[in-house]
Write a protein that binds this ligand. Structure first.
Ligand SMILES: Nc1nc2c(ncn2[C@@H]2O[C@H](COP(=O)(O)OP(=O)(O)OP(=O)(O)O)[C@@H](O)[C@H]2O)c(=O)[nH]1
Ligand SMILES: [Mg+2]
Length: 463
């Protein structure tokens, strides 16, 4: 999508906005007017009567005009715009829908997409039973950022940094404090300093070998950059951690449907992470299918079905106890026939039957690839940060048996073991693509090594 260029044009630099304003406004108005009529019928049949959207007739009232002027004069940030349109709106209702349409139109969103966005948001509010703006404002902003493709913008990046920073607060507390004490206790770099640093890494759950390796890398960096004071090591560490997370680029091109295989031991968050990823895709207008190739428990299949329903994804399953590879095969077939953009395949995570589990994964991979060349395009290992060192052996095991393209680290919120991300990335040279920072949809966020390094070391965000 990418409406951001349009947004910048409309609300951005004053001179430019003035020069382009008349055309933009006229075009937006014309688009909104023609869309409002076309949209009215589809809404009438799709929405329940009590939540029917009033397709706005776009009579420019003085209030709308005032709102337009304020948006134009505002700092070009989604949070600021949202703040303006939500002024005086305390709960879900006609005024909220009206204002949301206003914002989406002002941001040049095609009418059908605006209608769809509001309708889906209403359905979500009903399901969650939320009424007060306070309860859903954050989710609303998250959805807008995804739908408008604004996640890379400064505003969202700051929000993300804040989230990572909050999530890592317990890890940081332990780590940054230790670093401060270490720097205070040593002026010049010497063996005692490096030994203490190594201990600190081990305590932050980096693991024995990775800790030794990291200290070696820092020594090398200090030598190259001719650093002799301990106080400078914080900067070296920041640069090194960023470097560790700089994973080699992979070919992103896929022949649709893109197939994502989710693997990991039980309880790490595979199923909820699929739901969160599917939600992101749906917000970006993709057609998604989720396959329940975890056929171990009936409850697991039901859990996935509920999630698929919530995020608006197609769902494919068989009864509990069925062959997981057969489920994957059928889902692949359906995904191809129904023109799905992304197919997520959930798998079971029992490690106690290690050999079987790995054989099962191999079989799933084979049937997917047989039906659709190149599939699975992404095999994602989900690891739970709270398991600490265990994450390292899990990664090794799955890498050898099934192959891994990406890592997602969940439950970074509230753990003091966040250092494990560094250890895994360093030992296995795998990209971390997302991190889980809580249980709700917006808590799955793209991973940024730079933000992670800053958050861990207690350095504030830079744009
Ligand atoms: N705090 C927190 N909880 C999370 C996060 N991700 C997942 N969870 C929770 O972890 C629990 C297990 O998640 P599931 O998605 O069922 O895990 P799974 O890997 O599918 O588990 P099995 O199907 O049993 O193998 C759920 O209660 C989730 O809400 C996260 O990032 N933070
Ligand atoms: Mg599961």
């Amino acid at each position: 999508m990418g409406f951001f260029s349009a947004i910048k044009k409309m609300f951005g630099g004053a001179e430019q906005a003035d020069a382009t304003a008349p055309q933009d406004e006229a075009a937006a108005k014309a688009a909104a007017e023609s869309g409002a009529q076309a949209g009215a019928e589809s809404i009438a049949e799709a929405a329940a009567p009590d939540t029917a959207l009033a397709a706005q007739p776009l009579v420019v009232s003085p209030a709308d005009e005032a709102l337009t002027l304020r948006l134009r004069g505002a700092e070009p940030k989604l949070s600021v715009w949202l703040g303006i349109v939500l002024e005086g709106v305390d709960e879900a209702g006609d005024l909220l829908w009206q204002r949301l349409f206003f914002l989406l139109r002002a941001l040049d969103a095609p009418e059908a997409e605006a209608q769809n966005f509001v309708r889906e948001f209403q359905a979500w509010l009903t399901r969650m039973d939320y009424r007060q703006v306070e309860e859903f404002r954050s989710e609303l902003q998250y959805r807008l950022a995804l739908a408008l493709d604004m996640e890379d913008e400064e505003d969202e990046r700051n929000r993300l940094f804040l989230k990572i920073s909050q999530g890592l607060s317990r890890t940081r507390e332990q780590f940054a404090k230790g670093l401060d004490a270490l720097f205070a206790g040593h002026g010049e770099l010497n063996d005692a300093f490096w030994e203490e640093l190594e201990e600190l890494f081990i305590m932050a759950d980096l693991g024995y070998e990775p800790s030794i390796e990291l200290v070696e890398r820092l020594k090398e960096r200090a030598r190259k950059e001719k650093v002799t004071e301990s106080a400078k090591v914080r900067e070296l560490l920041m640069a090194e951690v960023e470097e560790i997370f700089r994973a080699p680029r992979r070919i992103a091109a896929v022949n649709p449907p893109e197939v994502v295989l989710m693997i990991g031991v039980n309880g790490v968050g595979k199923t909820t992470t699929i739901a969160k990823l599917a939600h992101r895709d749906r917000m970006q207008g993709k057609k998604v299918m989720i396959a329940a190739a975890d056929t171990f428990r009936a409850a697991a299949i039901e859990q996935l079905q509920v999630w698929a329903g919530r995020v608006g994804a197609l769902f494919h399953a068989r009864t509990a106890g069925s062959d997981p590879a057969a489920v994957a095969y059928e889902a692949m077939d359906r995904a191809l026939q129904e023109g799905v953009d992304v197919l997520y395949v959930d798998t079971a995570g029992r490690l106690q039957t290690k050999v079987n589990l790995m054989e099962e994964l191999t079989k799933i991979r084979q049937v997917l690839g047989k039906k659709h060349a190149g599939a699975p395009h992404r095999t994602i290992l989900v690891i739970d940060a709270t398991t600490g060192q265990n994450a390292l052996s899990q990664t090794k095991l799955f890498k050898e048996a099934a192959g891994i393209d990406e890592l997602i680290i969940t439950k970074l919120d509230g753990t003091a073991k966040g250092g494990v991300a560094i250890a895994v990335a360093m030992q296995h040279h795998l990209p971390i693509t997302y991190v889980g920072l809580g249980e709700v949809m917006e808590d799955l966020r793209p991973f940024s090594g730079e933000d992670y390094a800053r958050a861990l070391l207690g350095v504030s965000a830079e744009a």
